[in-house]
Design a protein around this ligand. Structure first.
Ligand SMILES: Nc1ncnc2c1ncn2[C@@H]1O[C@H](COP(=O)(O)OP(=O)(O)OP(=O)(O)O)[C@@H](O)[C@H]1O
Ligand SMILES: [Mg+2]
Length: 245
């Protein structure tokens, strides 16, 4: 088991956004968390990655108790993430964005005699290659098409050499074609590198295309978890999530 979430709670001014959530993820698994808007998916991610403090509960990652660690420490332990909203440096080039992320992660070995442009050039190019952005390397990131910006974010998350990735709506706002190529890309990367993946997504075709297991969150509570077919046919999920009787 790589991730274990135990009885996690979070409320905002009395409103319970995450209500006693427990689940675990096996090493190498591809899991998704689905649920309507406001179900608590992003909040749950923030509680796991240390971007929000929990009211109660604990999180174990790779045998480490990360319940009270700061976000950057958790990232260093190998739990990477991307954000629902684009989180890049829009004025830097694509290359520079990845390079900055690699630098942040490996900063300790920085050699001041090396010129900035060549710092971690190989590592940066390898990541650019992985996320299919080599041809856009010198473009200003803010000018990239939206789908490429989301791909760049995945590259930034990869710079910390994560063992597990949490992706919050990696295809949000993408066209159908961008969605398909991004999902193919994510699937290829995580399988190649043996990265464990937990992601949230509204597009059910994406969810069912790559999830090995699906967790369903509803009003802050985990109401179902299982193989895609189990979840699809779960009467509670059908009623609450798919809106069927
Ligand atoms: N910082 C905050 N302060 C107050 N309420 C918050 C805060 N963050 C989230 N919430 C509330 O908690 C609930 C869960 O929000 P969250 O963003 O986690 O949902 P979500 O499942 O990610 O939704 P979406 O699918 O729209 O991204 C919502 O009702 C939201 O308004
Ligand atoms: Mg969200």
């Amino acid at each position: 088991m790589i991730l274990q979430v135990e009885n996690v709670w979070k409320s905002f001014n009395g409103f319970v956004a995450v209500n006693d959530v427990s689940f675990s993820v096996e090493k190498g698994e591809i899991c998704s968390i689905i649920g309507p808007n406001g179900a608590g998916k992003t909040t749950l991610f923030n509680l796991i990655t240390g971007h929000l403090s929990k009211d109660q509960g604990g999180v174990i990652f790779n045998g480490n108790d990360i319940s009270h660690l700061k976000a950057h420490k958790i990232c260093r332990l190998g739990l990477g993430r991307s954000f629902q909203r684009i989180n890049i440096f829009p004025r830097l080039t694509v290359f520079e964005n990845i390079q900055a992320a690699v630098l942040t992660y490996r900063g300790k070995s920085l050699n001041f005699f090396t010129s900035a442009q060549t710092l971690f050039k190989e590592e940066t190019e390898e990541i650019l290659d992985k996320v299919g952005l080599q041809v856009h390397s010198e473009e200003i990131s803010g000018n990239l098409a939206y789908g490429f910006q989301k791909q760049l974010e995945i590259g930034i998350a990869l710079a910390s050499e994560p063992e597990m990735l949490l992706l919050d709506e990696p295809t949000a706002g993408m066209s159908a074609q961008e969605t398909k190529s991004t999902i193919d890309l994510i699937g290829k990367i995580v399988r190649e590198k043996g990265i464990t993946l937990l992601f949230t997504e509204h597009d059910m075709s994406v969810v069912f295309a790559i999830s090995e297991r699906i967790l369903v969150l509803h009003q802050g509570q985990l109401i179902a978890s299982g193989h895609p077919e189990e979840v699809r046919s779960d009467p509670v999920v059908q009623k609450i999530y798919f809106g069927r009787k």
